[in-house]
Design a binder for this molecule. Structure first.
Ligand SMILES: NC(=O)c1ccc[n+]([C@@H]2O[C@H](COP(=O)([O-])OP(=O)(O)OC[C@H]3O[C@@H](n4cnc5c(N)ncnc54)[C@H](OP(=O)(O)O)[C@@H]3O)[C@@H](O)[C@H]2O)c1
Length: 241
């Protein structure tokens, strides 16, 4: 492996104001990188910026193609790595399925990576990475999981093909199980503590996966320039039990 130190690089985090994105931005700053942070909510973005002193920030919805293109065009210079996080999954039984919401999920998981990859050409330095975040939960089959199952199956293929299309920029996917983030807290509400306890008792790693665990994997993928076109699971063994 040719280790590519993060020190002195620029890491863009789309969805960098909470959860996995914020933890990765923190870890990148601690490793000596500059960061560019985005998120939709200006208040959350300001709070993250106060903590991390980013090179630049932008408040916009990353699934808006016009705003996304403008963001990449207006970056202060070439960048090294782009991490894309974003909204949570959508699942609902077919009878209750909301196709508009489903369409937004397709935008976020298929069109957004393709648009980011196209924008990255000429913006991301050779050997740099595009890193997307998906999940392992959608590998399970069940009522209500049709769309998330299809998107979960599609993302590794998408990432592998994009890795060929934009080489020598590298493209990879992180597939996470339950991660203890604000998103998980929102989804579980009052059930959060019980879910944490269940995971501590049942996961092979006997602890709950934290956003910092995903951030550590993200930094490894950024700095190990042998990695491209691949999907990396981080779920504490959740899919095995
Ligand atoms: N947490 C888990 O257990 C888990 C498991 C598997 C996969 N994932 C996936 O990992 C990704 C990150 O999850 P997380 O748990 O870190 O979520 P989170 O705690 O809600 O953080 C999401 C971040 O993305 C931003 N964001 C959301 N939608 C956006 C959009 N359309 N445009 C720009 N920024 C956007 C949020 O800020 P604003 O809301 O202000 O925009 C926030 O900064 C999600 O795609 C999620 O589905 C999470």
């Amino acid at each position: 492996m040719t280790a590519q130190p993060l020190k002195g690089t620029t890491v863009v985090v789309l969805g960098g104001t909470a959860g996995i994105g914020l933890a990765t931005a923190r870890a990148a700053r601690a490793a000596g990188a500059d960061v560019v942070l985005t998120g939709r909510d200006p208040g959350r973005l300001r709070a993250a910026a106060d903590e991390l002193a980013p090179l630049a920030t932008a408040a916009f919805d990353a699934t808006d193609p016009v705003l996304l293109e403008a963001f990449f065009r207006d970056l202060p210079g070439p960048v090294d790595h782009v991490l894309v996080t974003g909204g949570g999954p959508y699942y609902a039984p077919l009878a209750e399925f909301d196709f508009d919401q489903g369409q937004r999920d397709v935008d976020a998981h298929l069109w957004l990576p393709m648009r980011v990859a196209r924008a990255a050409v000429g913006t991301v330095r050779p050997g740099g990475t595009l890193l997307f975040v998906g999940g392992t939960g959608g590998r399970r089959r069940g009522v209500g999981l049709s769309l998330i199952g299809a998107l979960t199956a599609a993302m590794p293929a998408l990432v592998a093909n994009l890795a060929l299309e934009v080489a020598p920029v590298r493209v990879n996917l992180i597939a996470a199980g339950f991660v203890d983030t604000p998103l998980s807290a929102r989804l579980l509400g009052d059930g959060l503590e019980a879910r944490r306890a269940e995971l501590r008792a049942t996961l092979p790693v006997r602890r709950v996966v934290q956003p910092e665990d995903v951030a550590a994997l993200a930094l490894h993928v950024m700095t190990n320039d042998a990695l491209t076109g691949a999907t990396f699971d981080v779920d504490g063994g959740q899919q095995l039990v």
